[in-house]
Design a protein around this ligand. Sequence first.
Ligand code: HPA
Ligand code: ZN
Length: 347
Amino acid sequence: MCKSPLHPFLVKLPKCEHHIHLEGALTPQLVFHLASKNAIPLPKLPHYQNPEALAARYEAFDSLDDFLNIHYANMSVLITEDDFYELAWSYFCAAHADGVHHAEVFFDPQSHTSRGIPIASVIKGYSRALARAESELGVTSRLIMCFLRHLPVPSAHATFDSATGFIQDGTIHGVGLDSSEVGFPPELFTDVFRKAKDAGLHRTAHGGEEGDVSYITGALDSLEVDRIDHGIRLIEDREVMKAIAAKGTLLTICPLSNVYLRTAKSVASLPLREFLEARVQFSLNSDDPAYFGGGILNNYCAVEEAFGFSLDEWKTIAIAAVQGSWISEARKSALVQKIEHVVSQFT
Ligand code: HPA
Ligand code: ZN
């Protein structure tokens, strides 16, 4: 609950989330529960004594890689199709409570296949949760398969090829690129992204989180992405910023993540006003809600407390999130109508 008078409005405002790693919804409680169920030993480190100690460790990340090391270690508890289902379902329940109507969710198959988990267990578990979210909660969704950029490029190709059946039947809607950014430029992945384009998939990539603007332009030019995940360092190049605004490319910004991983000093220091003024399209997202201070609503609240946006500015942000979604025009119109209705209730 934030201190802003707009809190009740922010709760009700219909939201689209585009930047959420399902593995990043693995809470300390679920880590310990699944470790015990699957008899997986957790690292012999002080912060693995109990869920509270693990949660306390998350307050001290000093970089993206510091977080990723713990994030990947925690994933070792995910073994069965049901584990992936339970994880994704817990995300959708929390997102629904936060006012999410549409979610485009990332997953990292290589984090699991590298441990001997079949990719089908991962995708079937997740897609069962997506189907239930739509039928029971009315939350529509898309599944985005990410490649880990710190792993060798042939591993990304092998992952893409092993998912062919799920690409052809529409279970996987897009591809993304995540993990350690600096030193792993997007251009490395040009060929696998071309295969994804040829297969009719949407494309997005993390860029401009820790890396400079060349990671954003590289993703746009070489990977032909529709979106940039994070992209906050776009503010460092006004010419590229103008070009991205003109093109309408959506940035999927994760305010609390940026503060937890020290890519921004504070939410208030993020260039959100500059982006709004320059008509750069962006959405606000949770990234890894189990690690970075909670879900999408906490991110909306943190932004409101830092910027004090007006109802009109929030309407612009919420509509940009709809327009940047990979959904039909009919679904977009329905979501825009819901947003207009809520805005009118609070005007
Ligand atoms: N950046 C890169 N990779 C990630 C992130 C992130 O913020 N979260 C989970 N994987
Ligand atoms: Zn991310």
